[in-house]
Write a protein that binds this ligand. Sequence first.
Ligand code: HEC
Ligand code: HEC
Length: 290
Amino acid sequence: MAEIKETDAITGIETTGHEWDGIKELDNPLPNWWRWIFWATIIWSIGYWVAYPALPLISSYSKGMLGYSSRGEVAVELAEAKLAHAGQRVKVASASLEQIRTKPELLEFTLAGGRSAFNVHCTQCHGSGAQGFVGYPNLNDDEWLWGGSLKEIQKTITHGIRNEDDEDARTSAMPAFLRDKVLNPAQISDVADYVLGLSGQSKDQAAQGRGKAIYAEQCAGCHGETGSGDMAQGAPALNNAIWLYGGDKETIVETISNSRGGVMPAWGRILDPVTIKQLAVYVHSLGGGS
Ligand code: HEC
Ligand code: HEC
């Protein structure tokens, strides 16, 4: 297409020489406002390059004269958060477990800390919802092996259970009635029926009758005459539907024959006292705290 510049007859302005289907473009200058903004943005961008990190270099980037970095900004924010936490942690350290529970702001901080520590240190054994597994107690219910008050929970967490690292660990041992030849298999079967009868699960009246005397002699000292358990010895209640190892006859026979002894680490050796307090208040809050 030929570009012929000519002067427009009506406006007297030269055309650019572009023509589309007889429509021609006047060679008007750009409006001033447009040009000023155009230059201003270029000047602004140069200023920005100088002041802030902007240009990628081979192994780094231009740092900018203001020394700004988003990493630095995060570091400052983290330091501020830590400082705020430090204040709260001091309060947790000096308050009693009961006091923490009565102060809403402190309680909120404590529960948040307890929850995150629980997720890191406890879920592998007690489950992500603290629901427990066979041999690892559910911490949401109102059934406690060793005690569900704030103090007892704190003690359990601090010293652990049946571990060898802490002299003050909670400890007890149920005899292995078959292995230690205290009872024979028939007697174990009978006392298992008696145990099942405590929660209304055995229909074998004769076996329960025979098992009753064995229970009174061999088991009541730890599990209580009515099967209500004894938290001083970590002996679970046997008169309800909550089982640590299982409530079918086969599992109960196995428990009586070879005994059980769950082990939990002593967290007082691993975690600081404030974190343990947070954990105690958190576990207590899960629903079953007494
Ligand atoms: C290595 C596995 C393991 C880990 C990790 C663990 N526990 Fe335990 N925990 C156990 C076992 C096993 C028992 C039951 C012991 C028994 O049979 O008496 C238990 C019992 C408890 C009890 C007593 C419950 C009751 O009914 O009296 C509490 C409270 C508890 N754990 C809290 C925690 C907390 C909090 C953490 C994390 C800091 C934790 N546990 C981490 C294995 C573990
Ligand atoms: C010296 C105390 C002691 C004596 C005696 C004892 N037990 Fe136990 N028993 C325990 C303890 C402690 C546990 C919990 C073990 C654990 O937490 O790992 C337990 C656990 C059990 C359990 C498992 C409960 C569950 O929730 O899964 C059963 C069942 C049981 N005992 C039955 C008996 C019977 C039946 C006898 C008598 C023949 C008996 N025990 C005698 C201390 C005792």
